[in-house]
Design a protein around this ligand. Structure first.
Ligand SMILES: Cc1cc2nc3c(=O)[nH]c(=O)nc-3n(C[C@H](O)[C@H](O)[C@H](O)COP(=O)(O)O)c2cc1C
Length: 325
């Protein structure tokens, strides 16, 4: 399939694996790129720029296809050493960066000068237009359904994607709630040029996370996620568990007085325990409503081949058949 996104990034299929904290290691990124999609290493999961450089090297040993790096600009007081992370990305020969969080404008000249294409993740049309105005090459439009941070506007993809299509000139992919060939065809119909998936890629054989995480996603339904940290304007969609119930109880009790320190034991530093050790009650971890559509743990290649075959069947047989009739 050829879209503006496959052309822009030089990939076979219009499928991107979004950056995921303690999931987006070289093994997953390489598997996605080898299967014809765009794999992405999560930059800040590597605690130093040197470790990121090493992760890029490891990934390059596993694939000769293009892969990218996610750089999340966090709303924190002591920022990571972003200039050195960007140097590691450029020196590592990376040609695609997925930015997320705060406005990436400051970092665009250095990236563009090095021939790096930038796709910025946005949860609203106005942020997408801003990304276009500052010179981003593409946008990943992340609807309310998404795992991770859906923003504060709560607009689901059935509205957000066609609204983005009405306004944007640069290409965009649909992110949030994407799982299969039906998602891909729907996203294309709504104006996107491809899809970005997070949660679906965790439940694959190559995702380098504990099996408990994969099984939790398969067991979950579309009713099992919760929104946390709303009052801190740092909303995150997570899978419900005991820690999340505790966190929500604190949010209810403390209301507008809630501070980050009150919930630190449920959210800070929990990812390695959950993703690597499989301690499923250790804290809150991002998961999309799309868990309800995930029923198996295929290899990345089988998943991507299945998505493309299903999309082809829907377009050629189901939809074309309806027109013929
Ligand atoms: C476990 C997990 C961790 C994530 N970590 C990050 C992150 O560090 N940076 C980022 O930009 N997005 C992160 N995301 C968001 C994904 O890149 C993607 O936008 C999102 O998962 C899409 O929604 P979906 O889960 O419905 O596919 C994360 C998502 C999940 C599920």
């Amino acid at each position: 399939m050829k879209t503006r996104i496959t052309e822009l990034f030089g990939i076979q299929h219009p499928i991107i694996q979004g950056g995921m904290h303690f999931v987006g290691f070289a093994e997953l990124a390489a598997a996605v790129s080898n299967a014809g999609g765009l794999g992405i290493i999560t930059g800040l999961t590597q605690s130093t720029p040197e470790l990121l450089a090493n992760e890029i090297r490891r990934c390059r040993e596993m694939t000769d296809k293009p892969f990218g790096v996610n750089l999340t600009f966090l709303p924190v007081l002591t920022a990571p050493d972003y200039p050195s992370y960007i140097r590691a990305i450029i020196d590592g020969g990376i040609k695609v960066v997925e930015t997320a969080g705060n406005n990436p404008q400051k970092w665009l000249p250095a990236l563009h000068q090095a021939g790096v294409k930038v796709i910025h993740k946005c949860t609203s049309v106005r942020h997408s237009l801003k990304a276009e105005a500052i010179g981003c090459d593409a946008v990943s439009v992340d609807g309310f359904e998404c795992g991770g941070h859906p923003g504060e506007d709560d607009v689901p993809n059935f509205i957000l994607l066609p609204r983005a299509a009405e306004e944007l000139k640069i290409p965009f992919v649909a992110s949030g709630g994407m799982a299969d060939g039906r998602s891909l065809v729907a996203a294309l119909a709504l104006g996107a040029e491809g899809i970005n998936m997070g949660t679906r890629f965790i439940a694959t054989q190559e995702a380098p996370v504990h099996d408990n995480v994969k099984q939790a996603i398969v067991a979950a339904s579309e009713l099992d996620t919760r929104l946390v940290m709303r009052s801190l304007r740092n909303t995150e969609r997570v899978l419900r568990n005991d820690a999340v119930d505790r966190l929500l109880e604190k949010e209810r009790t403390l209301g507008a007085n809630l501070k980050f320190e009150d919930i630190i034991s449920e959210v800070a530093g929990v990812y390695p325990r959950i993703m690597l050790q499989g301690e499923m009650e250790a804290g809150a971890w991002s998961c999309g409503m799309v868990a309800g559509l995930i029923h198996d743990i295929p290899s990345v290649r089988d998943l991507i081949d299945r998505i493309m075959q299903e999309a082809d069947d829907i377009i050629r047989a189901r939809l074309a058949g309806m027109l013929a009739a």
